[in-house]
Design a protein around this ligand. Sequence first.
Ligand SMILES: [Zn+2]
Length: 107
Amino acid sequence: METVTCPVCGGEQPALARYPGYLCRECAGRASTRDGRRLTLVNTSLAGGFAARYADSGELAEEETLTHLVYVDGIRCRADEARLGGIVVQPAPEGDLPDGGNGGQPR
Ligand SMILES: [Zn+2]
């Protein structure tokens, strides 16, 4: 089986054609807001969907649910529903806007 390494911890995991460089389950489980508040990443229904909740209060983390941007060990990542259910988290470097990327106006 082909494997890739987790970009955060370097652990080996199965390669997924659709998600090159995805975070392993353990690292994805450490997803936090920009200011370090722990998040729980969930599907909103059995059919998928994505939502981020604060791990401590269970409240919806509106900003992260909208932007899909989370931080793992200080690394900016994009979280989304996986094609076959569950959540997949991948690094999202600054400047690489995940959504509405056409709006990048030079200044
Ligand atoms: Zn990892």
